[in-house]
Design a protein around this ligand. Structure first.
Ligand code: ADP
Length: 269
């Protein structure tokens, strides 16, 4: 049976939601990802951990089409995402901007820096993309935005300006803003790293709520192992652009197989 939620759909037996096929990413001479294979099921929550510089953010940025693959292909729902068929025989070539723009809309990303529009109200920030990118009418965009501000616990701040909010509240607005596009995939890149320690919990609680109440596919980079344990179906330990080991949180966090994973976990606990 298909399951529906306000924010996504999943169909049992569907192809992988995300698949990296031998993806290589180089910056100049520096190979950041080296023939990476990675599959994420529809609705799966996957957390990427590992030392700084191991390529985790690059994976999210490739999916967000903020970077282009050097080699290999990224698929979403079994269709080429980084590429498009062209020429005789349907050979794949890198997708051009015209093809990437609509694909990018299927993916939401929340960054370390919230980057809200400071001159707009909280409500207007959340309405902006549905209004101007999706072309929703103003009432529908406002209704959607108010629902999401309720989901992140900020219904009473709709008329406030972001500068009047705490960092934790601003990040919760950024989460509502990403969800307002009804993405199928939500990418979270160290969303609590810029926050004062006392503000981290409220943001992670909101994300736990999103994970519980939707079946959105989530890919998350975090150093918050308690959060990773709560929300992840699977944790991948990266080292030098490769998956060193992976498994459900109980296995990977409690009984890691590699000394490098144990050493990394000691640094984040
Ligand atoms: P992580 O998220 O695991 O800390 P990143 O994916 O951010 O790692 O970075 C992996 C490596 O790629 C780092 O060595 C970083 O310096 C390099 N890198 C990332 N983006 C760029 C870029 N735009 N230009 C050059 N090097 C980059």
């Amino acid at each position: 049976m298909p399951t529906d939620s306000p924010l996504g759909k999943s169909l049992p037996g569907a192809p992988d939601k995300i698949r990296f096929d031998r993806v290589t990413k180089r910056f100049g001479e520096h190979t950041v990802l080296d023939g990476l294979d990675l599959a994420v099921a529809p609705g799966e929550r996957v957390t990427l951990i590992g030392p700084s510089g191991s390529g985790k953010t690059t994976i999210l940025r490739l999916l967000m089409t903020l970077e282009r693959v050097t080699d290999g292909v990224i698929h979403v729902d079994g269709q080429p995402f980084s590429h498009m068929p062209a020429g005789p025989g349907g050979a794949l070539v890198p997708a051009n901007e015209r093809h990437l723009a609509p694909r990018r809309r299927r993916i939401g990303m929340v960054f370390q820096q919230f980057d809200l529009f400071p001159h707009m109200s909280v409500l207007a920030n959340v309405m902006e993309a549905p209004l101007h990118v999706l072309g929703l009418d103003r009432d529908e965009a406002a209704r959607r935005a108010r629902d999401l501000l309720g989901l992140v616990g900020l219904a009473d701040k709709a008329g406030s300006h972001p500068t009047r909010l705490s960092g934790g509240q601003q990040q919760r607005v950024a989460i509502a803003r990403a969800l307002a596009m009804r993405p199928e995939i939500l990418l979270l890149d160290e969303v609590t790293s810029a926050l004062d320690p006392e503000l981290v919990a409220e943001v992670l609680d909101v994300l736990r709520g999103v994970a519980r109440s939707t079946d959105i596919t989530m890919l998350c980079v975090t150093h918050e192992m308690g959060f990773a344990r709560d929300v992840s179906d699977r944790i991948l330990m990266f080292d030098h652009g490769r998956v060193l080991e992976s498994g459900p949180p109980g296995e990977l966090l409690d009984a890691p197989g590699h000394e490098r994973t144990r050493a990394f976990l000691r640094t984040v606990r």
